[in-house]
Design a protein around this ligand. Structure first.
Ligand SMILES: CC(=O)N[C@@H]([C@@H](O)[C@H](O)[C@H](O)CO)[C@@H](O)CC(=O)C(=O)O
Length: 303
């Protein structure tokens, strides 16, 4: 892999902007990208869970990625999530990501028909990686949603034999023992991207140096402070910042979680990404007011 650079710091899992008709609204992405570039965020993770990938068509996913690559204009990295229950669709997206100039690809495990063994998971991903050419590949591990809970450390070792561009995992799981085992493999050979924003401090203490998160979109300074304090071993300071993240996540959970609540927060910070696609219910005007009140109560706008 030419010019491969390991990730460090924050990667924001982007929301997919939609208009009032529920169509993808690409026009918001320029402003969104300028906002990301003005923060310490180092990259974006496009069309992941936060980006509602499973509610988008293949053509929409391609158009969104193309727009992010153009709007980012090399100011930050663009990681294309290409995962799908359909291997052929994932291959099409991986090929497209390579042609479009994305910096890396990632893929979630298929979750309708689930792989039952590490070998089955490797065999599912191998052709997807192959068509992505030189692009680094991250396995997106999220057992809470996929129901696929195979040992990631074993996957990395076995997967590397068939997928030379497998470089790590986006680890959205609170099994820190397994996370430690992945980080420790062959003297930190693999990247482990922390995936649960509200416990970032725990992942960093295990040795992770990068994270992918939805809340990095709107409180990047909070997470930047956590990364910086942990680098300096200032654990109490990091913990105080982590509590601000926890208070924020408590609020988004009240409004339906990181995708629904987070998308509404994007509007409140001035980047209107509209509503989510069904089955995630749209926000009402009253709900936006209530959300703002709850965020005021935790002093969110002063973070
Ligand atoms: C389950 C889930 O959506 N996890 C989020 C977190 O950022 C999450 O929203 C946050 O930790 C709040 O719980 C990310 O890991 C997801 C993500 O990176 C993605 O959009 O693909």
């Amino acid at each position: 892999m030419n010019n491969y650079e390991r990730l460090e710091g924050m990667v924001a899992a982007t929301f997919t902007p939609m208009d009032e008709n529920g169509d993808v609204n690409l026009s918001v992405i320029d402003k969104y990208a300028d906002w990301i570039a003005s923060t310490p965020v180092k990259g974006v993770f496009v069309c992941g869970t936060t980006g509602e990938f499973s509610s988008l068509t293949i053509d929409e996913r391609k158009a969104i990625l193309e727009k992010w690559v153009a709007s980012a204009a090399k100011r930050f990295k663009v990681i294309a999530h290409v995962g799908s229950n359909c291997q052929r669709d994932a291959m099409e997206l991986a090929r497209h990501a390579a042609q479009t100039g994305a910096d890396a690809i990632a893929s979630i495990a298929p979750s309708f028909f689930k792989p039952g063994t590490v070998d089955e998971l490797v065999d599912f991903f191998a052709p997807i990686c192959q068509v992505a050419g030189e692009l680094p590949f991250y396995y997106y591990n999220m057992p809470s949603i996929t129901g696929v809970n195979l040992p990631v450390d074993k996957f990395l070792v076995e997967g590397k034999k068939k997928m030379p561009n497998l470089v790590g995992t986006k680890f959205t799981h609170n099994n820190l023992m397994e996370m430690g085992a992945c980080i420790d493999l062959e003297q930190h050979k693999f990247e482990v991207l922390h995936g649960f924003d509200e416990i970032l401090i725990a992942g960093l203490s295990m040795g992770a140096v990068a994270g992918v998160g939805s809340t990095y979109n709107y409180i990047p300074n909070v997470y930047h402070a956590i990364f910086e304090s942990m680098k300096k071993n200032e654990v109490e300071t990091a913990r105080a910042w982590q509590m601000k993240s926890i208070r924020t996540v408590e609020v988004i959970i009240k409004y339906g979680g990181g995708v629904r609540g987070g998308k509404a927060i994007m509007k409140l910070i001035g980047i209107d990404c509209g509503s989510c696609r069904l089955p995630i219910k749209a926000f009402s005007v009253e709900e936006y007011e209530k959300l703002k009140g709850d965020l005021d109560a935790i002093k969110f706008f002063e973070f």
